[in-house]
Design a protein around this ligand. Structure first.
Ligand code: ATP
Ligand code: MG
Length: 476
């Protein structure tokens, strides 16, 4: 640590000397010689100071908002600095806890290792040179964290930054995309579904992300369509978030009812960046199509055409609660390459939720719940809701018992619903039967009337009618 500080101060004086020499050169050397020296001086500077520095200022923007990056670094370094740094300051955390957090004092330096790369952090303070009197001199001081690393790591850090870059959630409002930071915590780890199915999806995504050359070779656009289907609350939206997080993609949540016409749709689609995912859904009754000038099938057709012309990887995820009601043309392979069913909660999915929500890996009640889940249709959303502790006294066992009760209730309700449906079905069938026989009577009566008007005797049964008709024909 000391060594680093010393090296920097030596470098500082070396740079000051070169600045003086530079001014001399600038004044006395001819232009072409100056430009030659300038090009070499860059190499020299990077040779004598082979480090890259990044500053994170505490206050940013027009309204001097406290930077989230600065706050995050402060929190991150508070633990490190309390064991390493000699000069610390105590800050009261402004949340409900009102706890005290130790952070680095000005000019204090902390060494850190990031993915095997040595980096240094130092906090600096700028005090403005002002002659005016201020009641709050500390308000005018500006702090920043300086992050230093060797320039040989530039590429690796760049790759890490890309990997950790913040994802965007874009929505189309008043003809343009506007975005907020996408911070959904869903991941494949937290997604409740069978591990085999999960692995299959992950492998598919990895294969797709590595497929740039392959797609180019087979002459297909680098895009993939997923169809997620299943009842409400089975994790379709959660899976879209997990895919975006896993792939590091931005989400373009296209609201078709906000799109004026096809020209606007086309422009919005072209403006989408690479590495993006577009969710689309269809309601069962086609409601969206009546409200919107552009339709889902229109969107899919555009995507087929437009995305073929733009490079870059893109995923479209289509979700529905009613796969059986979809037009097969919408979900044919090539458009929706992989069809994934999200279903009611089974034992394996439940175990993911129990680990997530209660930190429970094994418990005697899991067997009971497993049996109950086999006999009952309950969504992961309902299971999750029941697993969540609702009061300070709720421990894992209380929550599991609550879930057992909820599954039993759901089972009971499903039984009642099935019985009710069976009763309604029987009633309907009975009604239809009666209506059919009334129709027969009506038909017979009108036939009888007609026959009578034509001077033929009333006939009731089919055989007699057939005979009568035959005879009439013969007479005719
Ligand atoms: N498979 C799952 N794994 C983890 N959590 C889930 C899962 N399914 C549902 N949940 C929980 O239930 C909530 C609702 O789920 P989600 O929004 O993903 O359902 P959905 O299938 O998209 O429903 P809808 O068809 O109504 O859009 C989620 O926020 C999550 O907490
Ligand atoms: Mg959803």
């Amino acid at each position: 640590m000391m060594m680093m500080g010393e090296t920097w101060s030596q470098l500082g004086s070396l740079i000051a000397t070169s600045m003086f020499l530079w001014a001399m050169f600038d004044k006395y050397f001819p232009y072409h010689l100056r430009s030659l020296i300038r090009s070499h001086s860059k190499k020299l500077a990077s040779f004598v100071y082979p480090y890259i520095q990044i500053k994170f200022h505490e206050f940013t923007g027009e309204y001097l908002k406290r930077s989230e990056a600065y706050a995050a670094i402060e929190t991150y370094l508070s633990e490190k600095s309390s064991s390493e740094a000699k000069n610390l300051k105590a800050v009261v955390v402004k949340d409900s806890s009102q706890s005290v957090q130790l952070s680095m004092d000005e000019n204090e330096e902390v060494t850190d290792e990031f993915e095997g790369i040595k980096v240094w952090w130092v906090v600096k303070k700028i005090t403005p040179r002002t002659h005016s009197f201020s009641f709050y001199p500390e308000m005018e001081e500006k702090r920043y964290y300086k992050h230093t690393f060797h320039k040989s790591h530039r590429e690796i850090l760049k790759a890490i930054t890309v990997r950790n870059r913040q994802r965007k959630l874009c929505i189309n409002k008043s003809r343009k995309w506007s975005h907020v930071t996408f911070e959904h915590p869903a991941s494949f780890d937290t997604l409740a579904m069978e591990s085999k199915k999960k692995e299959e999806i992950i492998n598919d995504l990895i294969k797709f992300s590595q497929g740039k050359e392959y797609y180019a070779k087979i002459g297909k656009p680098w895009k993939r369509g997923y169809l997620l289907y299943g009842p409400p609350g089975t994790g379709k939206s959660s899976m879209i978030a997990a895919i975006a997080n896993f792939m590091n993609y931005d989400i373009y949540d296209l609201e078709l009812t906000n799109v004026k016409d096809n020209t606007e749709l086309r422009r919005l689609l072209i403006e989408m960046t690479s590495k993006s995912i577009i969710p689309a859904s269809k309601m069962a009754n086609g409601e969206e199509e009546s409200n919107s000038k552009v339709t889902l099938s229109g969107l899919l057709n555009f995507i087929d055409g437009l995305w073929s012309a733009c490079g870059g990887e893109r995923i479209i995820v289509f979700t529905t609660n009613y796969v059986e009601k979809l037009d097969p043309a919408l979900i044919r392979r090539g458009r929706m390459d992989k069809h994934i069913e999200l279903s009611y909660c089974g034992l394996e999915a439940f175990k993911v939720l129990a680990r997530n929500y209660l930190d429970v890996d094994s418990h005697p009640l899991l067997v009971t719940i497993g049996h109950l889940l086999e006999e009952t249709n309950i969504t992961p959303a309902d299971v999750a809701e029941n697993l969540m502790p609702k009061s300070l006294n709720d421990d894992a066992e209380t929550c599991l018992k609550k879930l057992i009760e909820a599954i039993k209730t759901a089972k009971e309700e499903a039984k009642k619903k099935a019985e009710e449906e069976a009763r309604l079905k029987a009633e309907k069938e009975e009604r239809e039967k009666q209506e059919a026989s009334q129709d027969d009577v009506k038909f017979d009566k009108s036939l009888a009337k007609e026959v009578k008007e034509n001077g033929v005797e009333v006939v009731i049964d089919d055989k007699t009618l057939a005979k009568e008709v035959k005879e009439n024909e013969v007479i005719a």
